[in-house]
Design a protein around this ligand. Structure first.
Ligand SMILES: [Zn+2]
Length: 305
């Protein structure tokens, strides 16, 4: 059980953030640099994201009067300016999700810094300010990520899964708030089927996925917790799934005691509670490891589970 809930505004039992990772077709170009242009069906599958799904999602948010967060790779921000402007105009948050969805784990510290800066620049152009939050593409937070986030003034990260409530990531350089994610709350595991992307999950019914998401919500409410989704417009923004999400938001609002907010608002609130001493988060010191653990034999190559 969670012993240590955040005192949310207006006595809410749960803070809820529907976060969308607006990957669009960045992931196709990254995976197939030389022949992404040939893969028109997958392009269309992914471009559904900014062209059809996001307008649909924004309309729902307008109807419910909620403001939420979109994590976007910088390339998508530049490629789909009309969609991004609409997100900003409606008062939602645009947060950082890499530049071309590149994995930080596969890059040097310098390369990671370069892509972080390039993604921030794209977001600044459309929002007029620096992004405050980041989710690593594929959750691939590297051992350099925290220091770079601190260096660039980010206040929160949403890539890790080390707790169910907000906690602190601390290094010698400083700290950021972690608003954790979780695989069960990621729509890809429930629905994503794409031969080109080599992700072939058995497609669940919208009711089945909603059952998982709502059971997480119920548990978060009972425990004074946090409920954060990792959804993708091209996956969850399809009609039957989105209809189910609309019903789900309605159920959540009717239940009462839920604070729908952007991740930035949640992080700022948590910061305030920490300062006031009304919330004492757990602290994770990073890096957890630096290099191979000494217990491994020198010739160990790596083997499966
Ligand atoms: Zn992504």
């Amino acid at each position: 059980m969670i012993r240590n809930g955040v005192p949310w505004p207006n006595g809410a039992r749960c803070a809820a953030a529907i976060t969308f990772d607006m990957d669009a077709d960045s992931i196709l170009h990254l995976q197939y640099p030389d022949d992404a242009d040939m893969r028109v069906a997958t392009q269309s599958f992914l471009r559904f994201d900014p062209l059809v799904a996001v307008p649909r999602i924004l309309e729902t948010y307008r109807r419910f009067g909620i403001k939420q967060t979109f994590f976007a790779p910088g390339w998508c921000v530049e490629r789909y300016p009309g969609t991004m402007e609409q997100i900003v105009k409606d008062g939602h948050e645009i947060a950082h999700h890499g530049y071309l969805h590149e994995s930080p784990n596969k890059r040097s510290r310098e390369e990671e810094r370069y892509w972080l800066e390039r993604g921030s620049e794209a977001i600044r152009k459309v929002t007029g300010k620096n992004p405050r939050g980041w989710r690593a593409p594929l959750y691939d937070f590297s051992k350099n990520s925290l220091d770079l986030l601190i260096e660039k003034g980010f206040i929160y990260d949403a890539s890790l899964m080390g707790d169910e409530v907000p906690y602190i990531l601390r290094s010698k350089a400083g700290e950021v708030i972690e608003l954790p994610s979780e695989w069960a709350m990621d729509d890809a595991v429930h629905y994503l089927f794409s031969l080109d992307l080599k992700l072939m999950m058995p497609i669940q019914s919208p009711d089945r996925a909603a059952e998982v998401f709502l059971s997480e919500f119920e548990a978060a409410c009972e425990q004074g917790g946090l409920w954060v989704t990792t959804w993708h417009p091209f996956i969850s923004g399809r009609r039957a799934r989105w209809r189910r999400v609309e019903r789900m938001i309605e159920e959540m609002l009717n239940r009462g005691g839920v604070w729908f907010a952007t991740m930035e608002e949640i992080a700022l609130h948590v910061q305030k509670c920490i300062k006031a001493g009304t919330y004492k988060p757990r602290v994770d010191e990073l890096p957890i490891y630096d290099g191979r653990i000494p217990e491994l034999p020198k010739d160990a190559k790596g083997e499966g589970l």
